[in-house]
Design a protein around this ligand. Structure first.
Ligand SMILES: C[S@@+](CC[C@H](N)C(=O)[O-])C[C@H]1O[C@@H](n2cnc3c(N)ncnc32)[C@H](O)[C@@H]1O
Length: 232
């Protein structure tokens, strides 16, 4: 399977999940909505502080889902330049556009369908790229390409910040959680901080370090891998 089809498949699987009428669909639409943001991202202030985010920054969200995280960042910072979001799932982007309309924020945030390995922006377009709960859906080859793309679209000195579930110290919890996550999405890979940091460094990021975001409320028995790297 090529990188492209793996990402396309994840996008389609998210479309399907987002469109489900049962509990799983409702849960997803709540969790990734602006109302669910507190459960999924309990420490938005911590992200802003750790990245030194300011209204002048041009921000890209890779795998933005319904854009709830961007909305929350923009609500707090009032970016001067519209933040941008990309997501492989047209269904998630559609839901996100509806949320943006409801919050009258359409002119401030632009989200579009695109894959992490093919970011539709010119070189050096952003100061900061964030990528939250996305990397587990990519194999190492796709992820390496995604990191190279993130590096390309960042300015020198720009930062890539990501957070994701990592493997538990107890293999039983890791395999149970992977099975649960795979109920909806076929590719799920939980990586250690060291593994993700190696891939970021291989893609040319320097000063790769931990982002101290604290524990999370969703799947709390899995550690959170949270890293930031700088484009030299
Ligand atoms: C768990 S959701 C997280 C959404 C958002 N980042 C947040 O934290 O609210 C994962 C999102 O990543 C998207 N995604 C997964 N793989 C992707 C890829 N290779 N390129 C772009 N988006 C991707 C999915 O479609 C889904 O909307």
């Amino acid at each position: 399977m090529t990188n492209g089809s793996e990402e396309d498949r994840t996008g389609h699987e998210y479309d399907h999940w987002a469109g489900e009428s049962g509990l799983a669909g409702k849960g997803l639409r709540f969790l990734f909505s602006p109302r669910g943001i507190r459960l999924l991202h309990p420490n938005v202030s911590g992200v802003i502080r750790a990245l030194g985010l300011s209204p002048e920054h041009r921000v890209l969200d890779i795998g933005c889902g319904m854009s709830a995280f961007l909305l929350e960042l923009d609500r707090r910072l009032h970016f001067r330049t519209s933040p941008e979001g990309i997501d492989a799932s047209p269904g998630m982007i559609e839901l996100g556009r509806r949320y943006l309309q409801e919050t009258s924020a359409t002119t401030r945030i632009d989200i579009r369908v695109a894959k992490a390995t093919e970011v539709p922006f010119p070189d050096s377009s952003f100061d900061v790229a964030v990528c939250s709960y996305v990397i587990k859906y990519m194999g190492d080859d796709s992820l390496a390409r995604a990191f190279a793309e993130a590096r390309r679209v960042l300015v020198p000195g720009g930062k890539l910040a990501l957070w994701e579930f990592g493997p538990s110290l107890m293999p039983f919890f890791t395999s149970l959680s992977t099975k649960l996550l795979k109920a909806k999405i076929s590719t799920v890979i939980l990586r250690t901080e060291g593994h993700v940091a190696d891939l970021m460094q291989s893609a040319g990021f320097v000063r790769v370090s931990l982002l101290g975001l604290g524990p999370h409320l969703i799947i709390p028995w899995l550690p959170r891998v949270a890293l930031v790297g700088v484009k030299p």
